[in-house]
Design a protein. Structure first.
Length: 335
């Protein structure tokens, strides 16, 4: 009986070790692959508007529809996108149905998310990508939509971390982020030039750009939707967090080996931080810079991406070149 129990313990130990190795292989030890761009849009193309997470005000939908029509596109609202179910736009099943319907429609060329909030993680495992792989389309959004971007990249399709319906409705025609978004959708890729930060790490690198909201990325660590580290130029942003929570998430990336294997790092906007509790009197960028001091790849601080007016679109899964020097940061996308 003793020998039998010992064999069971050894078997379970081997199994757990194998599982841990598989989790590590999912993230820090795997290599980023370049994703294929969906077809660029042309006038008259159909755009679906969905709400895969939080509910939104009807005025935001109307403003986004107006903007898309000005771009000579044909927007429509999915069945449950304007609904209400607690803090969500609909039940898990309703939100998944809207997204699945938009992905399956071969005439839809882009899917615009109305807003973030929380809820995408509830539906991503329910999606079927058979039709999407035949008819890939641009997925547009940020914040909680980060989870959807991670899933789409497992299908080797690029997507757009960018302003959503709310920003399209509220910001003027002259807004740079909306202009960049329109240009990308119609096939003109931007080249960004960002002012220098005293915390920057100089250098030049190429890699696959991936990332988004740090809290959402952290929630997907160790899953099949985790971002591969090797060859990745990672970008991160967040809103409304306590500083020590941000630091804890960054230490997860550090201790998990992710930061060791990156090709570059873009630190976006961390705004509306909770200043009411312990450790929240710190300078966020200074503290992040201290944590990153040992890394010698290019690191840009203060990139305009996140929950801010200047939220520059980034093509997730695209090959990019980044140069960080005394003049600032230059980021170029490959077509």
């Amino acid at each position: 009986m003793y020998k039998f129990k010992l064999l069971i313990i050894l078997f379970i130990g081997t199994l757990l070790s194998s599982c841990n190795n598989n989790l590590l292989q999912t993230s820090s030890n795997t290599t980023s692959k370049i994703c294929t761009y969906p077809p660029f849009l042309k006038e008259g193309d159909k755009v679906a508007i969905i709400s895969p997470a939080g509910k939104d005000d009807m005025g935001q939908f109307e403003g986004a529809i107006k903007r898309l029509k000005e771009w000579h596109l044909v927007p429509y609202i999915e069945r449950y996108a304007t609904g209400s179910y607690g803090d969500y736009s609909g039940t898990v099943e309703e939100r998944a149905e809207d997204l699945q319907h938009a992905m399956d429609d071969k005439d839809v060329k882009a899917i615009l998310c109305s807003r973030g909030g929380y809820g995408v993680v509830q539906i991503i495992h329910k999606l079927n990508f058979k039709q999407f792989r035949k008819y890939p389309k641009w997925i547009i959004g940020y914040s909680d939509i980060t989870a959807l971007h991670n899933v789409i990249q497992t299908q080797k399709v690029a997507s757009l971390h960018s302003p959503m319906a709310e920003q399209m409705a509220d910001l003027p025609d002259s807004d740079k982020s909306n202009t960049y978004l329109k240009n990308i959708l119609f096939g003109t890729l931007p080249e960004y030039h960002i002012d220098a930060s005293p915390y920057d790490h100089y250098g030049k690198a190429s890699g696959v750009i991936r990332g988004g909201n740090l809290s959402v990325l952290y929630g997907l660590r160790g899953t099949s939707y985790d971002i591969p580290a090797k060859g990745t130029i990672l970008f991160i942003e967040d809103i409304g967090e306590r500083y020590y929570v941000i630091e804890r998430m960054l230490y997860d990336l550090k201790l998990g080996g992710v930061l060791d294997h990156l090709s570059g790092l873009i630190i976006g906007q961390f705004n509306k931080l909770d200043k009411t509790e312990w450790m929240n009197n710190k300078d966020t960028y200074q503290s992040i810079a201290n944590l990153l001091s040992e890394y010698h790849y290019p690191i840009c601080f203060g990139f305009p991406v996140g929950h801010v007016t200047d939220n520059y679109p980034l093509i997730e899964g695209s090959k990019v070149e980044i140069t960080v020097d005394k003049n600032g940061t230059q980021l170029r996308f490959s077509k």
